[in-house]
Design a protein around this ligand. Structure first.
Ligand SMILES: O=C(O)CCC(=O)C(=O)O
Length: 317
């Protein structure tokens, strides 16, 4: 992150990294997404607006083990590479400090079906106000500071765009500078039901497919209602300092196939020590217990099936 980027991030609360993704990466991410959309269609799950992954506050069903909230990481390929992209990692380390962690991930699709409303949320130092969806019970999670030569952020989002987005189309927007605000966000500007009513203090950010918008959640931001014809498909990976958590459900790195040491470290649950040997031992034990639980549940399910098959056979004879 060079001095100009640091200046702009401190000034505005966001940055655009041009061409963060290669054409091949966009293709792979898009292809894997389309497979999931087809799956959803075939199950007749009509989810609007279309969101995949989760903010890790969602457990799939009653029987799902803890820490298995829906995640794009299950889709493999480039979705795994996004955890630790070499051209994004230096920004995250500068903004969050070493040992930062991935907190949650999701993908959002906007098209003519979306019918979105702009709902501005976030706001530094609790300035989001009591009606803010992320800052209402401000436990310090929405912080932004620059002190003693270091950035401090409670949550940094990386929004990877798979399509071109012009300001007239809609998409990411924010109130630049609001991450440093000392006054509550004016409620009358929070919600806009159409593009025409979006307040002039809101910046609409223009991007091309493959660009990444890096923003601090402390900056008041939201999605401008879509009016762009085709589609906007955006992947969000959101990162915290190692001691902070937003999601209630941590990643279990064992669930996502072969990962690099760095990727596993970034999926470590929160602690003051980060991905350090002190916490690594405890976490390894929790993972082993999860694996054991998984195996035992499978065994019980198989025994039950066997038993009901046997009962069915004897009833027939
Ligand atoms: O659509 C966008 O880029 C904004 C997303 C948003 O509001 C969020 O990530 O909290």
């Amino acid at each position: 992150m060079n001095d100009q980027e640091k200046y702009l991030f401190d000034l505005r609360g966001y940055l655009v990294v041009k061409n963060a993704l290669t054409a091949d990466q966009i293709e792979d991410l898009s292809a894997r997404l389309e497979v999931q959309r087809k799956n959803r269609e075939s199950k007749r799950e009509n989810k609007k607006p279309e969101i995949f992954g989760s903010d890790r506050t969602v457990i799939r069903d009653e029987s799902a083990p803890a820490w298995t909230a829906p995640s794009l990481l299950e889709w493999g390929g480039t979705y795994i590479d996004l955890i630790d992209l070499p051209n994004i990692a230096p920004y995250l380390e500068t903004l969050l400090g070493v040992g930062y962690r991935l907190d949650h991930d999701y993908l959002k699709i906007e098209n003519e079906m979306s019918g979105h409303t702009l709902y501005l949320h976030g706001g530094g130092q609790g300035a989001g106000g009591p009606r803010d969806i992320v800052g209402s019970t401000d436990g310090g999670q929405c912080f932004y500071r620059y002190n003693n030569g270091k950035f401090y952020n409670g949550l940094v989002a990386v929004a990877f765009e798979l399509n071109d987005v012009s300001p007239e189309s809609g998409g990411f927007a924010c109130v630049p500078g609001s991450h440093k605000m000392n006054f509550p966000f004016p409620e009358e500007w929070r919600i806009s039901k159409s593009q025409a009513t979006v307040h002039e203090c809101v910046d609409r950010v223009t991007v091309n497919a493959g660009d990444a918008i890096i923003f601090t959640e402390a900056c008041s931001h939201g999605t401008v209602p879509w009016d762009g014809g085709a589609e906007r498909r955006t992947i969000f990976y959101k990162y915290c300092p190692h001691a902070v958590t937003w999601g209630a459900c941590f990643y279990n790195a064992d669930n996502y196939g072969d990962l690099t040491e760095n990727q596993r470290a970034i999926l470590t649950p929160p602690s003051a020590f980060g991905p350090h040997e002190h916490t690594a031992g405890i976490w390894k034990r929790a993972q082993a217990e999860q694996a054991e639980l998984h195996r035992l549940r499978k065994e019980v399910a198989e025994l039950r099936t066997e038993q009901s098959d046997r009962l069915g056979t004897s009833a027939d004879s």
